[in-house]
Design a protein around this ligand. Structure first.
Ligand code: PLP
Length: 248
């Protein structure tokens, strides 16, 4: 079934896109040593609610958004609230302290993947404690690592990951710090060999005590298969499911 989902002339079959990505994930997952199942986060940023409904109907539950206002609109959308009761939102964008309250109050917020300082961790922790912890569960979070060292990218320096992880584990008791995330350099040329950003994230994971069960969020449309081969447990895929995205 083809539906017109964007203002562009492009026509996207979201269900077919999703099935294709899931198939490719299943194939590479078989060939790797690590046993942890791979979670697909469907990145729906800039895409309309109908596109999310299509993917949800096809069985997708984890969705990622990286703009606070857009996530707020979608998570509170009456149709999403009615039809997608089991949806799990991942916030994957840069989070400013003054927006934390908006994020923790969202219906069905599941994970914040972009904690990149002690200060932000403390703010999210106290905010979750105040507004949501009484509902029974901790908020899952990942530490975002700036593996490429680009100044315009968010994330902690790889050298600081282990300290931040220890801090969050000890002090941020309303949070469940489950792993690490990186975006890395866009458009990496794989003819040069394995992606150094992914190697760097794996090294950060090794620097953490008792790291066996860490979740590792890396890999997007262009390279999620390579990321899974290297040990990613959480791939964030947008355009391969939802089609071309106009730049904001
Ligand atoms: C947009 C985005 C993605 C998905 O990118 P695609 O190339 O469309 O798969 C993944 N992660 C983050 C943090 C993003 O902002």
């Amino acid at each position: 079934m083809f539906k017109r989902l964007s203002t562009m002339t492009e026509v996207v079959d979201v269900k077919a896109g999703l099935r294709n990505v899931l198939e490719r994930i299943a194939i590479v997952s078989k060939n790797r040593a690590q046993q942890k199942p791979v979670q697909l986060v469907a990145v729906s940023k800039t895409k309309p609610v109908e596109a999310i409904l299509e993917a949800y109907e096809e069985g997708q539950r984890h969705f990622g958004e990286n703009y606070v206002q857009e996530l707020q609109d979608k998570a509170n959308d009456p149709v999403i609230l009615e039809k997608c009761k089991d949806i799990k939102w991942h916030f994957i964008g840069h989070l400013q302290s003054n927006k934390v309250k908006k994020i923790v109050k969202l219906p069905n917020i599941y994970m914040v993947e972009t904690i990149d300082s002690q200060k932000l961790a403390e703010t999210v922790n106290s905010s979750w404690e105040k507004f949501r912890l009484n509902e029974g569960s901790k908020l899952k979070v990942l530490i975002q690592v700036n593996t490429s060292g680009e100044e315009n990218k968010s994330g902690v320096d790889p050298k600081e990951v282990s300290d931040l992880y220890d801090f969050m584990n000890e002090k941020c008791t309303a949070l469940e710090t489950v792993g690490l995330m990186t975006i890395g350099e866009y458009g990496y040329d794989y003819s040069k060999g394995p992606n150094p950003d992914f190697i760097s994230l794996l090294e950060c994971a090794k620097s953490i005590k008792g790291n066996e069960s860490l979740e590792l969020s890396f890999g997007m449309s262009d390279d999620f298969e390579r990321a899974i081969e290297m040990g990613s447990t959480n791939v964030r895929v947008g355009s391969s499911i939802f089609g071309f995205r106009a730049k904001k």
